[in-house]
Design a binder for this molecule. Structure first.
Ligand SMILES: NC(=O)C1=CN([C@@H]2O[C@H](COP(=O)(O)OP(=O)(O)OC[C@H]3O[C@@H](n4cnc5c(N)ncnc54)[C@H](O)[C@@H]3O)[C@@H](O)[C@H]2O)C=CC1
Ligand SMILES: NCC(=O)COP(=O)(O)O
Length: 318
């Protein structure tokens, strides 16, 4: 029997509840899901039942949690924060216990969780790494025409150069390489690596990180047999011809990686955490407070995230 993907509710004031239901309507024949959240936050008329009751194709399956306050679209409520965090942890437990095949997280509003529950993590990626026992993880965003990995994630731009060490870059590339092989069936992944500075440093005239750290790190990994190009100029590595030369691009910071993919395919991109002992995906977008509750949110990315979760779980476990 196909196990369901657990969906954590995410920020109730955002579009999470509505895109979960719309995505379920699109994939319910191929990919069962179970949603963890407060059923009073679901769009009116959602045909939901408690998980295990009813028919998962006709009834949206819910593991009900009382989040303590109603949902007001666009207005985050600190009272929800604890329940939102617990829904993620519950999803992880279900996957670890083998009751669900993967976790798909709806977007959280990071500030609301920090303000409402002293959440100690800047995002799911870091929280899931902690729940998995502090394993090294990597954020990857993927669409049909591009995969990108930021080597540093949710930190201020001013903190990037200090965090960008040979160890960070090596771990990022090795986790990415292993996941390309295990989860995406690419036997010898071609990895393109961006420089940090304009023109990848222009021979040291516009920054020294490429010469002092990035290039020697890549040389050491090439010596281990990895197919790596770079450090490349970030501004010229994302046009169609350049993208054809690699399977995944490793970038130096969040926006260097995410701007190209969200520009190419905002609707279809999927966020996936590599390196975890379980499968986790997510839509590439955030809470979209400006359109929450209006019934106009596009669920394409959520649908792609659910399909990718199932496919990755299948690749791992059959
Ligand atoms: N995986 C996660 O939990 C993520 C959470 N976030 C969080 O989301 C919050 C808002 O972030 P923003 O940068 O404003 O990005 P956002 O993705 O929420 O919104 C950016 C723009 O795209 C639109 N948009 C987003 N998703 C859409 C959809 N499915 N259909 C139609 N339009 C859509 C929004 O209406 C808005 O105009 C932040 O708190 C951020 O931390 C952002 C990205 C991922
Ligand atoms: N911009 C991507 C993002 O913030 C996703 O973070 P995470 O919650 O998946 O760690």
């Amino acid at each position: 029997m196909v196990k369901p993907v657990a969906i954590s509710c995410g920020e109730p004031a955002g579009i999470g509840p509505e895109i979960a239901v719309t995505a379920w309507e699109a994939v319910r024949d191929e990919c069962p899901v179970v949603w963890i959240g407060d059923p009073t936050h679901l769009p009116a008329g959602t045909p939901w039942k408690h998980a295990g009751d009813g028919d998962p194709v006709r009834h949206f399956q819910v593991i009900a949690r009382d989040l303590g306050a109603p949902r007001i679209p666009g207005v985050p409520n600190p009272m929800h924060a604890r329940g939102v965090i617990d829904a993620i942890a519950h999803g992880v437990e279900l996957v670890k216990a083998g009751e669900c095949c993967a976790l798909c997280t709806a977007p959280i509003h990071k500030a609301a969780l920090i303000d409402g529950a002293d959440f100690a993590y800047p995002g799911h990626t870091e929280y899931l790494a902690a729940l998995a026992g502090d394993v090294p993880v990597v954020m990857m965003l993927a669409c049909d025409t591009l995969r990108v990995v930021p080597a540093t994630i949710h930190i201020p731009l001013s903190a990037v150069p200090a965090q960008l060490t040979a160890a960070t870059l090596t771990d990022t590339i090795l986790v990415t390489h292993a996941a390309m092989r295990r989860d995406f069936g690419i036997a010898a992944p071609r990895i393109a690596v961006a420089g940090l500075n304009p023109h990848a440093g222009e021979d040291g005239k516009m920054g020294m990180e490429e010469i002092e750290m990035i290039a020697p790190t890549l040389d050491a990994l090439r010596a281990q047999g990895l197919h790596i190009s770079g450090p490349l100029s970030a501004d010229t590595m994302f046009h169609a011809g350049a993208r054809a030369q690699y399977d995944v691009a490793v970038c130096m910071y969040h926006d260097q990686a995410l701007i190209p993919i969200k520009t190419l395919d905002f609707a279809g991109g999927v966020n996936v955490t590599l390196g975890l002992p379980f499968v986790r995906t997510s839509p590439d977008h955030g809470t979209a407070f400006d359109i929450a509750g209006k019934g106009i949110a596009d669920a394409t990315s959520m649908i792609a995230a659910l399909r990718m979760a199932h496919k990755m779980a299948e690749a791992r476990h059959g």
